[in-house]
Design a protein around this ligand. Structure first.
Ligand code: ATP
Ligand code: MG
Length: 192
C-alpha cells in the first residue's frame, strides 16, 4: 500500500503540474467562487485554509476574502512536538503579506505563533489540499498523515472541504483505514 500510494502520488502530481499557469489560474478562480457560495462557508466565523504551493489550487484570494469579511482565518504550520513527531497546527493570521516563511517542505508558513494558535475544535470550516481524491470524497495527501491527524481533532460539525482540479479526481485511489473522508471536494466543474 505504501508503494501504491507513492507511485500514485507521483503520477497525480505530474498530472497537476501539467496544467498551464493560465489554466490553474482560471480553474482556481472557479473553484474558489464555488466554495464561497456554500452556506457552511458563508456562515463560518472560524476558517482555516492552506496557503497554496506549487501547482495546487490557488487560495490566496480566498484567504484575502476571509480577512476582508472579518472572519477569523488560520493557516497551517508544521511544528515539532515534544514527545511525538511533527504535527500540524492552525495559526491565526491578520494579513496575507507579512511574516510568512518557507517552513518544512518549503511551504509558506507564519513564523509568529504566540497567542495565535487556534484549537481544531474551534474551527467551523477547513479548506484542505490534496494530491488526489476519489468520487466518494476520500483523499490522498502528500504522505505525512498531517491532515488525517489534524482533521481528526475537529468537530463533527466542522466542514472539511477539499479543493482540487477536476483532473485530480479519480474513480479509485489507494487508501488505508486512517484516511479521512472529506465533507466535500470542490473542483472547477463539480462538487462531490
Ligand atoms: N490518525 C492518525 N494517527 C496516527 N498516525 C496516522 C494517522 N493518520 C495517518 N497516520 C500516519 O501517517 C502516515 C502517512 O499517512 P498517509 O499516507 O495517509 O498521508 P497523507 O494523507 O497522504 O498525508 P497528508 O495528510 O499529510 O497530506 C502513515 O504512516 C500513517 O500511519
Ligand atoms: Mg492519508
Amino acid at each position: 500500500m505504501k508503494t501504491d500510494k507513492k507511485e500514485f502520488r507521483r503520477e497525480a502530481i505530474k498530472q497537476r503540474d501539467s496544467l498551464s499557469a493560465m489554466e490553474r489560474k482560471e480553474k482556481s478562480s472557479l473553484v474558489i467562487k464555488r466554495l464561497m457560495t456554500l452556506k457552511e462557508f458563508r456562515d463560518a466565523a472560524y476558517v482555516m485554509s492552506f496557503i497554496s504551493f506549487g501547482s495546487e489550487v490557488e487560495t490566496n484570494a480566498l484567504i484575502q476574502y476571509c480577512l476582508d469579511e472579518g472572519k477569523q482565518i488560520a493557516v497551517p504550520k508544521v511544528i515539532k512536538a515534544d514527545n511525538e513527531g511533527k504535527r500540524l497546527i492552525a495559526v491565526r493570521i491578520g494579513s496575507m503579506e507579512t511574516g510568512f516563511k518557507a517552513g518544512s517542505y518549503g511551504i509558506p508558513e507564519p513564523t509568529e505563533t504566540e497567542g495565535r494558535i487556534v484549537q481544531p475544535e474551534d474551527l467551523e470550516f477547513v479548506v484542505v489540499p490534496g494530491v488526489a481524491f476519489d468520487t466518494k470524497r476520500f483523499r490522498l495527501g502528500y504522505g505525512g498523515g498531517f491532515y488525517d491527524r489534524f482533521l481528526g481533532g475537529t468537530r463533527k460539525s466542522c466542514m472539511k472541504a477539499a479543493v482540487a482540479y477536476e483532473c485530480q479526481v479519480y474513480a479509485e485511489i489507494p487508501l488505508e483505514a486512517h484516511d479521512l473522508q472529506m465533507d466535500c471536494v470542490i473542483t472547477e466543474s463539480n462538487i462531490y
